[in-house]
Design a protein around this ligand. Structure first.
Ligand code: CDP
Ligand code: MG
Length: 711
């Protein structure tokens, strides 16, 4: 590690100013160019200046990769083993110890810590890093910090850092707290636009990369792609083309992919110094836009796209779309070329497209995510001074999204019909899983199949796909599974997950077995580890004896009935009914819509060629058409209680609006809010809480009317 490059980091020249401002203010916003040293240096500065004497320093990261690589870097700079004074914690992986005083953690992990310790009293400093990413969890944390600094005025410092943007807005949010600008020493970057849109982005990137390599002086090249598949394609094609170049015609080259599902040892490769006289090509997802800074980049190729997951609260449907980046992102990307000397950025779009087509800023995640998990946390925090629906968000989510979350929580018994959290809901919030899986585990514990449910939850939580694809087409992945892997007994994907893991368990977790069956060894080991952690957590929080051992199925449970029933109660809102004379399904929780079983599913039809009457699905995903991904057959009697709940659903009551018995009733057939007689009932003087809910109810009616008018 070169000490020299550290000393040059712009942020270090502001050490005194930073410390002075932090000393005097509970909240400080720090804005600094990417690579200026915010993530790696701020924590060290505050540590040097005594802030770790009274507690630890927490630094949140929206991305797991960043938490891991940045903490590693800081431990190296401080010359301590990772996990001692400097450590990290991400979901299902905690590398901290008693000794840890600087802790990098994902924003999700900090949020979870606040459940067991709402005052986060172990920390003297909380740095919400990469706030410009506007991740859902960071947005929720921003709201919580606002409250926390009042409670802990004397002994907590909060820093919010951002590479771009709107420091003003964040500062206003925190009653005009000071903003420190760390001027980056960015060198000029020449921007070249393409005159027209290329037919193929991969081809265009490939050609541009080769042009640079053969014509431009030394300097590394950073190429932004939208995902792992494209990255891998480009890596192999570029390798091939470079090998074909005439020997001695240009310098050597190495090509590194960089994305979140890369094994850690390959992720950190890009931070080690390059071999001499060798150009590096780094082909990366968006993580190199701001979260990770790779030194030595002089050329950037920016096709102008990013893959974004979006959630539509009215249909419950996810889509993974390749969308255009925003202007802020385009400028960030270009900036990556000018960190060490003047650089060049090649945009594969025209300057007119930049001006007219790109949004100014990226839409925050809170406005394109399902909020069920976040709302469950907030509810279980029991903050008497916080009403969920008027929770102080930097940018509030849509009312529709809040309503969707409340409905989902109600259908799985996490909140009651008044919108109050149930004891079940409280326990659910403590599990590091999405609400549907938490609920399934608790139900499974009641009906004696916890062990199986733990396996299913762990398999579904694996971050990577477990099956190594045999064909490139994702859709066909699972149809080509070798026949010796179990097939879910025709009951669906959850059951297949269970069966696969149980078989592996019987081989005593043999890695050779995974390879023979085309399963990713790393992924399967991760599942095993996750399962073990979930066992520990659930044993800690749920009462009573439980059987978590992986075991062979009991004789009386041939059809996995208990497990499927438990799944049914967890997926109350993710339920679909087969349509008569069709093999298509109609969703029940949301406005009913037609969906299909994803072709990769192992769910089978019966002798008459019919799918089961009812299924639960893990996810609705809109690709070429709406598909249910990961489905499991369930039975009518288990579905009935959910029907009953859907029938009695009163969304305005769930949102905490008290005593509005005349309000909208929602029918299962048409679960979006129906219009009532006209709203606007002048509310008599009421307690503040009540009045707020009235205002919300009125807003809801307004939105509903507007929805009707648009039909
Ligand atoms: O957070 P910010 O973008 O302001 O910068 P940083 O992540 O603290 O990075 C500061 C410097 O440390 C950059 O020059 C990075 O290249 C370097 N760094 C590194 O070499 N290895 C890491 N794992 C992280 C940062
Ligand atoms: Mg950073």
């Amino acid at each position: 590690m070169s000490i020299i490059s550290m000393a040059e980091l712009p942020i270090l020249q502001f050490e005194d100013k930073i410390v002075e401002t932090v000393d005097k203010n509970p909240v400080v916003v720090v804005i600094g160019e990417t690579g200026s040293g915010k993530s790696t240096q701020l924590s060290q500065i505050l540590h040097r200046r005594g802030y770790t004497k009274s507690g630890c320093i927490a630094v949140t990261q929206p991305r797991r990769v960043a938490a891991v690589t940045v903490s590693r870097r800081v431990s190296e700079e401080l010359n301590v083993p990772l996990g001692d004074e400097v450590g990290y914690a991400i979901r299902f992986e905690d590398r901290t110890s008693e000794k840890t005083i600087i802790k990098y953690l994902t924003d999700g992990v900090l949020l979870r810590e606040s459940l067991s310790n709402p005052e986060l009293s172990q920390y003297s400093v909380i740095i919400l890093d990469e706030a410009h990413e506007r991740s859902l969890n960071t947005d929720v944390l921003l709201g919580l910090m606002k409250r926390l600094i009042k409670l802990r005025a004397s002994n907590l410092k909060v820093l919010i850092t951002s590479a771009t943007l709107d420091g003003e807005k964040v500062s206003r949010f925190f009653s005009d707290c000071p903003i420190l600008n760390v001027p980056g020493k960015l060198f000029p970057v020449e921007i070249h636009h393409s005159s027209e849109k290329p037919k193929s982005y991969i081809d265009a990137c490939l050609n541009k990369a080769l042009d640079i390599h053969t014509q431009e002086p030394e300097g590394d090249v950073l190429i932004f792609m939208t995902g792992q598949d494209d990255i891998e394609k480009l890596v192999s094609r570029l390798e091939e083309r470079i090998q074909r170049l005439e020997e001695g015609s240009c310098m050597d080259a190495v090509i590194y992919p960089l994305h979140g599902s890369l094994p850690p040892e390959l992720q950190i490769r890009v931070f080690s110094p390059p071999p001499p006289n060798c150009r590096r090509f780094i082909i990366s997802t968006n993580i190199a836009e701001t979260s990770l800074t790779v030194d030595g980049v002089v050329y950037v190729i920016d096709p102008g796209f990013v893959k974004q997951r979006q959630y539509n609260p009215s249909t419950g449907m996810y889509s993974l779309d390749v969308v255009q980046i925003s202007k802020v992102q385009a400028n960030q990307r270009a900036g990556r070329a000018g960190r060490t000397r003047p650089g060049k950025c090649y945009r594969l779009y025209s300057s007119v497209a930049y001006k007219d087509d790109l949004l100014d800023a990226t839409i925050p995640e809170i406005q394109r995510s399902s909020l069920a998990g976040s709302i469950l946390y907030l509810k279980s925090l029991d903050l008497s001074d916080i009403n969920i629906l008027k929770f102080d968000f930097l940018d509030p989510p849509s009312f529709e999204a809040l309503e969707d979350a409340l409905k989902q929580l109600y259908l799985i018994d996490a909140i009651d019909d008044e919108g109050s959290i149930t004891s079940l809901g409280r326990t659910m919030a403590e599990l590091p899983l999405e609400p549907s899986l938490s609920r399934t585990l608790l139900e499974a514990n009641e009906c004696g199949c916890l062990s199986q449910a733990l396996t299913v939850a762990a398999m579904l939580s694996a971050e990577t796909t477990l099956l190594i694809s045999q064909s490139k087409s994702a859709d066909r992945k699972r149809k080509h599974t070798p026949s010796n892997l179990p097939d879910g007994s025709g009951l669906g994907d959850h059951i297949q997950f269970l069966q696969i893991f149980e078989l592996w368990h019987e081989t005593d977790y043999n890695t050779g077995w995974c390879k023979e069956n085309n399963l990713q060894v790393r992924g399967m080991k991760f599942v095993k580890d996750v399962r073990k952690q979930l066992c520990q957590i659930i044993q800690k929080i749920a009462k009573g004896p439980m059987d978590v051992k992986t075991s062979k199925r009991r004789r009386e449970d041939q059809d996995y009935r208990s497990l499927r029933k438990a799944l049914c109660s967890g997926y109350g809102n993710q339920l679909a009914e087969r349509m008569l004379r069709h093999n298509g399904y109609k969703t029940l929780g949301f406005k009913s819509q037609l969906v299909q079983v994803h072709p990769s599913s192992v769910l089978r039809t019966d002798e008459e060629g019919m799918f089961p009457n009812y299924v639960i699905y893990h996810e609705l995903i809109a690709t070429t058409r709406p598909y249910m991904r990961n489905v499991c057959a369930v039975e009518m009697p288990w579905v009935r209680p959910v029907f009953a709940k859907l029938q009695n659903l009163n969304v305005s009551k769930l949102s905490g609006g008290a005593n509005q018995s005349h309000e909208e009733e929602v029918q299962p057939e048409n679960a979006d809010v129906q219009k009532d007689d006209g709203g606007g009932n002048a509310a008599p003087a009421q307690p503040a809480e009540d009045r707020d809910s009235k205002i919300l109810a009125a807003r809801e009616r307004y939105l509903a009317r507007r929805g009707q008018a648009n039909k």
